[in-house]
Design a protein around this ligand. Sequence first.
Ligand SMILES: [Zn+2]
Length: 201
Amino acid sequence: MYSEYPSKPEMYERQTNLELIKGCHYSVKSSYHLLMSQQASSEASSSTAVSAHSNKIWSAHCIPRYKELIWRACQNILPMRKVLRNRGIQVDHLCPMCGEEDETIEHALLLCRFAAASLFASPLSIRVDVINTSSFQDWLRVLMLNNDPHFLAAIFEHEWALWNRRNEFVFQQREMGFSQVLQKANTISMGHNEKKQNRRT
Ligand SMILES: [Zn+2]
């Protein structure tokens, strides 16, 4: 006679299978967690460093658009010609400002003749080491050892001015002197700080 209820041996068998499946499931799960925890511990120091780096960027004393630019530069996601070219977009890969090197983030923001000269000539007096500058992020990481948030803000403002100058040239065909661009960055910063103060009062 057919019964929808299993007999005791069947019940036992099903239960045992279920336990086996459960056991298997848990062991896979445990292995996964073990692997993840091993990976997490091996990456802990680097991920802590990365998040500390990001925190410093976002806590700099300057306006959000400057911080966003720096964060994007560190993530290598600014639409530089070389980056676009590597993604299959047909654009000239050379720097639009000097036409001598590939336009990478490092070139545009640090190594292009004008960028390097302006960083050195500015009150920041930063000399960019052409040979040892492997990435924008590493370059910034060294400067971030200086914990003065105003120093960082000045770097961010300077970099934004360089980026703005490049975009004015590419999209508006307007060649601006660096002092003009830096002045614009200062004006935006001052306007932003005034608005902030007005909101507080
Ligand atoms: Zn250049």
